[in-house]
Each structure stands twice: as C-alpha cells, then as structure tokens.
Design a protein around this ligand. Structure first.
Ligand code: GLC
Length: 728
C-alpha cells in the first residue's frame, strides 16, 4: 500500500478554512500587541477563543512558549501564532544600523548579520521580523533614514535580498529562521520635508523607477511578508491602496505572501481622511489587500457587520486568512510551534566587529593623520559625549540590544593602548544635545597635553529613528563649539562621528585633520573603531547616501536628472561673487544654489582608504548588443599605495536619450576587491539588456535600444568613459 502523500500547503489551507468558523477566520487577521512579559486573562481568553492570529512585541521565551501552548493545545483548532518583533539590525548582539550596514556594500556580510539576528530572536520564540526596511532614503532630515540601506535602488535591492536570505535561511521551516517583512510599501522615504508620516505625492513613474525595485527584488528573493507604509501615496494611503497592494504586488509581481499593516495604520485611514470611522477603514484596507491588522482591531470589531451587509464577501475573508495560514504553514509552526531553547550558530561578536569595521567611512584624512602611529603617540585625548556610551552606540531600533555587551571606543582604546600611551578622557559636553560648556576646560586641557585629540561627536541614538526628524543637520548642541575650543589648542583633531543620518559637517570639516564616519556601529563599536584608527584594519566603507552641505540642499542624490539647464563650472557662481547691482539676465542660467553651489559635501559611493586606488582601461565588449543579450564592462584597478586594502568598485550607467528622461547616472553593479600594495586587477561586470530597463513613456518597465554610457570607479563621480549600443 503506497503511503498517502502529505497534504500540500494549499490543501491544508483549504481543510482548515473548511473547519473554521467565521469568528476563527477573522481572529487570524489580528496581530495583537503582547502584554509585555505576561499573559493577561484577556489575552489567554482571546487565544483560546481563536481570536488572535499573531502577537507582536513579546520576547520572553517562557511567555512565547505559553502563548503557543495556549494556541495549539487550548484553542479549538490548535492554530499556532505568529510572533513578530522588529529585529532590524540585530537582536541581543547589535550590528551597525542599516545605513551603516549599507556602507559596507557587502551583501554576504548583511546576510550573515541577519542570520545571527534570526538565531538569537528565534531562541526567544520570535518567528517573524518586521525587517528589512527597504525604503529609499534620500532625505537626511527623516529620522528613519537610519533604518534604510540608503538612496540607491540597486544597492538597497541587493542588500534587501541578502537580508531576507539571512532571516529566512535555506527554508522558512528551519527553527532558526524568521519570516522577513519588506517594509514599508511604498515610497515612505519620500515623506515630504523629511518629516515622518508626511504625505508622499509621488508620481507612478517615480514609484516604479525608484521605490518599487527593492520591493520587487524582495519578492523575487522570496520575502514572506510585506508591510504597507503609513504614507498617503498620492492621495491613497498605502494601507488601502489597491494599485500598490493588488495591481502591483499581486498581479504584476505574483506575490503570494502575507500583507500586514503597520501599527494602527488601518484605523488611521480615518485620520488621513480617506474613511469615516473604523468600520469603513476596515472595509477599505481589507478590500485593498491588507490581510492582517497590527495593534488596532477594526477587523475583529467590524467584519461581522461588513459581511452581513455584503460589503465584503466570505470568499474575500478566506483569501486574507489563507495568506496568514500559508505563512504559518511555510514556517512549519503546525509541526514545531515551540522554539529551540539555546542559541546556535557561530561567533556573533566577531561578526559584529567585522560589520562595524566595514561600515566605517573615512571622509577626510589630511597629512595622513590616520592611521595613528602608536610609537609616536605618548598621550591621547579622548573627548566627547559619545566616546563611552554603551547604549547610544547601538543606534535606533534596538529593543532587545544588550548595552551590557557593548564595548565602547574609550574602553577599547584604553585596553589596546593602555600600556604604552596615556589615554585622557574628557566628556566636553554632557550629551550631544547639551548647550552647557562647563566641560570645555577639561577637554581643552586634555587636548593641550595630548599628541592627538579624538573627538567622538554626533547624535545620541534617539535623535534618529521613527518620528525623530530634524529640520537642520548640523551637529546638535554645543559640539561644534567644543571642536572649535579643542582646535584652538593646535593639537591635531580626529573626528569620529556617530549618527543615524548624514550630518552637515560643512562648518567643522576644516577644523579636523581626519573624519571617520561611524553611523551607530552597534555592540562592537569600540574594537572596530580602534582597529581602524590604529591601522590594524583599513577603512573600506563607502557612502550609501549623499551628504549635503546643508539641509537646504535637500534633495541631493547621485541619480538625479540632468534638467534642461544643468550646472557647469562656468555658470555656477557664489553669492559673494555676484557684482553689486548686477542686472538680471536669462542667459547662462543653470540649476544651482548661490550659497551652496551644485555639489554635495560628499557624493554617493565616496570613502577614503589608507591607500589609493587608480582605475584605467575602462572597456566594453561587445560594443553593440542586441536586446536580450549581455555586455561586459571591464576596467583595471590598481592599489597604488603602500598598504593592502579593500576597494568597493562601482559600475555606473547612463541612458542619455529615452522616451522618458533618465538620471545622469545610475548604479548598476558593485563589488568589493582586496588588493595588496601595488597589485592590479581586472574587474568585470556583465549586464543583461534587462538590467538597463527604464520606466518608459507608457509606464512599462522596458529596455529601449540606443546608446549607453558606462563608467567604473570608486564613487559616483566615476567618469562615464565608455559607451555601447543596444540594438533593436
Ligand atoms: C512602527 C513602524 C514599523 C514597525 C511597527 C512595529 O510604527 O512603522 O516599521 O515594524 O511599528 O513595531
């Protein structure tokens, strides 16, 4: 007798739906906030009654064990729970913030970090993370830029897929795997004015060309769930936007996973002014394609009434419930609802340190101030409010980070240099926001006595992240004044900046001999920064986001349009150079600022090393490629400096003429290469003509025949030194 083949997931869904009451179906659509380390009677009763589909923000392993026991043993059908948590850049072991991870340009590293985070979270009974956050971040005023992988769709999409592979592992059913959730679909990073939750009046073309690609890459990578954004997307909030959630996500991309709302986003449809009251909000969100409701409970409150009134059908409810059950079945929760006790996996702190090292971006290094020469430094001044802050160095979205595990820069410098160098610490200012200058005298005294002054400045972690936006981007508080005071001692200054966003360093840059941008580097900030400052590791981070001179320059990013009047060296004039009583003219006018020019402070992809890399012989073959074919772009890169180091080789392409205007350049590939001093290597990128696709005049994603310019270099200023033709 042949064994009966196991039921398919779809068969199991159909069987469950057939057995479920309407109440039990609707219960699956509620993602309820946990009780924070306990199980209230109300929660106990709701789970027993099958009125909860998932819990978020419960990470006590004993509580999650009890919640799953209640669901699987004491509810009528024994349907297990989803247990969700924002595991964004680590769980207990904290890696650099996503913007810092993006600065590594290292997908394998990002995947490894997500994997370790999954193992740690899964050991607490979490089976779903609300990550990766893959909104395109082009506005440093926006607090959540800290959570993004930066401004570029290709870099973001590549790292998104890597993070999803890390979280979801080889199989979702692996007990160490978490279901990932690509968020926030879509366009959240374009919140007007960089003010969180603000409107995003995006055109369909901008959505398709800039904001959709990382989500499409996530769907192609098998992401288990999607979270719509809070945003009002061109008048229709994403949570109730059928264009996003049905036409694009389901019909165009074939996504068959779960769509779960953001916190209270369903009932906030009425705050937006799209609906009047929770009942209408529930209807609009459900019909548009939001399967599960996070926190608020408009679905459980109003579905009965909506069904009775025929405003939604049970077939539609079944479709929503199927998406929830499918995820639970894919996670294997029906077979192993309880989590593994102990954390498995390899060394986590080593990985955290490597990730932090690769995230560091050297922005300035006059007179080769860095790396510090241990032999010549007898006294080192360590100054600033962020040199010894175990919690602040972790950054935003670290609900479960353990500051006890943090190793701070001051600790590491003392441990590493303590025997040979006097390390003097002076805080200078109480916090990054403090205006008081009482601590300046100590800082000045420490600097005066030192061979080098290391200033750890920037932003506390709470100054970025959700709902923490800034209208100005300068160093907060009295930090710039502190830098001035230290500069007046004449002691060389190294700025180490910890922040959750690009800061406008314009006014302090010239006061520092070197600037190392550290974002918020996580648990192992100390050893990582020490390794790079002392030259044990060369900096290899590259900017995943453009640094503006000031907030006034925003938006400023590399993949910008040419306009009909692009700035030129001849036409860009400074406000101070305009002749008095200059007559107005319409001749020679181009697009720039009188008080900020046309260039950012630092361009996308930029980062210095302790060596130098030179590029030559950029060449393409074939020089004409038919649609559907491939073209290979090559260059020779050489380490012309004295130390071995890693470079991030970047490939940029421009489509100069198309049926809709295209950016002056777009990242189309990147790779990290390690070169010994003097070593040359040929690097190659192979592009399929599909990789050159644009959103054409008719909103189709297509590649148009014509000329393409291409360049390879170490940042987004790489000359587009070669060209090829795509033939029809
Ligand atoms: C927040 C965020 C979202 C997060 C959710 C749960 O408001 O917008 O990214 O996953 O709530 O914490």
């Amino acid at each position: 007798m042949a064994a009966t083949p196991p039921l398919s997931i779809e068969d199991r869904i159909r069987a469950l739906l057939g057995a479920m009451t309407l109440d039990e179906k609707v219960g699956q659509l509620w993602l309820r906030q946990g009780d924070g380390g306990t199980v209230s009677d109300a929660l106990r009763s709701a789970i027993r009654g099958g009125r909860v589909g998932g819990i978020l923000n419960e990470v006590d392993p004993e509580v999650t064990r009890e919640l799953q026991r209640l669901a699987t043993e004491e509810s009528r059908l024994g349907i297990p729970l989803l247990v969700g948590r924002d595991v964004v850049h680590g769980f207990e072991t904290v890696f650099p913030i996503p913007l810092g991870l993006a600065a590594t340009w290292n997908p394998d590293l990002v995947e490894s970090c997500s994997r370790v985070a999954a193992e740690e979270a899964a050991a607490c009974g979490v089976n779903w993370t609300f990550a990766p956050m893959i909104d395109i971040g082009r506005d440093p005023r926006w607090g959540r830029i800290a959570e993004t992988f930066g401004e570029d769709p290709v870099l973001t999409g590549t790292l998104a897929a890597a993070s999803i592979r890390g979280f979801q592992g080889e199989t979702l059913a692996d007990p160490d795997s978490l279901a990932a959730c690509a968020k926030h679909f879509a366009g959240y990073g374009a919140s007007e004015g960089g003010r969180d939750y603000n409107s995003t009046p995006l055109t369909e073309r901008e959505l398709r060309a800039v904001h959709f690609p990382p989500f499409r890459a996530s769907v192609e990578a098998g992401v288990a769930s999607i979270m719509p954004s809070f945003s009002d997307v061109d008048g229709i909030p994403a949570t109730a936007n059928p264009f996003l959630l049905r036409q694009v996500l389901r019909e165009e991309w074939g996504f068959d996973g779960l769509v779960a709302s953001d916190w209270n986003a369903v009932i906030e449809l009425s705050v937006h002014g799209l609906t009047e009251g929770d009942r209408e909000a529930a209807r609009e969100a459900a019909l548009a394609g939001t399967d599960m409701e996070m926190a608020s409970h408009a679905y459980t409150d109003h579905f009965q009434s909506l069904l009775e009134a025929g405003e939604i059908s049970e077939a539609h409810v079944d479709e929503m419930v199927s998406n929830v059950l499918r995820l639970k079945l894919r996670l294997g929760l029906f077979d192993h609802p309880q989590h593994r006790e102990q954390i498995r996996g390899g060394p986590r702190l080593d990985l955290a340190q490597e990730a932090a090292v690769q995230s560091l971006v050297l922005l300035r290094n006059e007179h080769d101030t860095l790396p510090l020469n241990r032999e010549r430094i007898r006294t080192l001044a360590v100054i600033g409010p962020l040199a010894d802050e175990p919690y602040e160095q972790l950054g935003t979205w670290v609900f479960d980070g353990d500051p006890e595990k943090s190793q701070t820069p001051l600790q590491s410098l003392r441990q590493t240099l303590g025997d040979t160098t006097v390390v003097r610490y002076a805080r200078g200012v109480e916090t990054t926001r403090s205006l008081g200058r009482d601590g300046f005298a100590d800082a000045v005294e420490a600097a005066q006595a030192a061979d080098v002054a290391l200033l750890f400045v920037g932003e506390e972690s709470i100054l970025s992240g959700e709902a923490h936006c800034r209208a100005e981007l300068e160093l907060p508080g009295a930090q710039a004044a502190l830098i001035d005071a230290v500069e007046r001692t004449g002691t060389p200054i190294v700025l180490v900046v910890l922040a959750g966003r690009p800061l406008a360093l314009t006014d302090v840059l010239s006061r520092a001999d070197a600037v190392l941008y550290a974002w918020h580097p996580g648990t192992m900030a100390g050893p990582a920064i020490t390794d790079v400052l002392l030259g044990d590791q060369a900096p290899s981070g590259r900017l995943p986001v453009t640094f503006p001179k000031s907030a006034g320059q925003i938006p400023v990013y590399h993949a910008h349009k040419n306009t009909g009047r692009p700035p030129t060296p001849e036409t860009v004039i400074s406000i101070g150079d305009i002749p008095v009583a200059a007559p107005q003219t319409s001749v020679g006018n181009t697009s720039f600022y009188l008080d900020a020019g046309a260039e950012p402070l630092f361009p996308f992809g930029f980062g210095l090393s302790y060596t130098r890399f030179e590029y030559r012989d950029v060449r393409v073959s074939p020089e004409a490629v038919p649609l559907g074919g491939t073209v290979t772009v090559r260059a020779t890169v050489q380490n012309v400096g004295a130390v071995e180091a890693e470079e991030v080789v970047q490939l940029y392409v421009r489509d100069p003429v198309a049926s809709a205007t295209q950016p002056v350049r777009q990242l189309r590939g990147f790779q990290r290469v390690r070169l010994a001093s003097g070593e040359s290597r040929e690097v190659a990128f192979t592009l399929h003509t599909d990789d050159l696709a644009i959103v054409d005049r008719d909103m189709r994603w297509t590649t148009e025949p014509g000329t393409f310019f291409v360049g390879i270099g170490g940042d987004s200023r790489a000359p587009l030194a070669a060209r090829f033709e795509v033939t029809g």
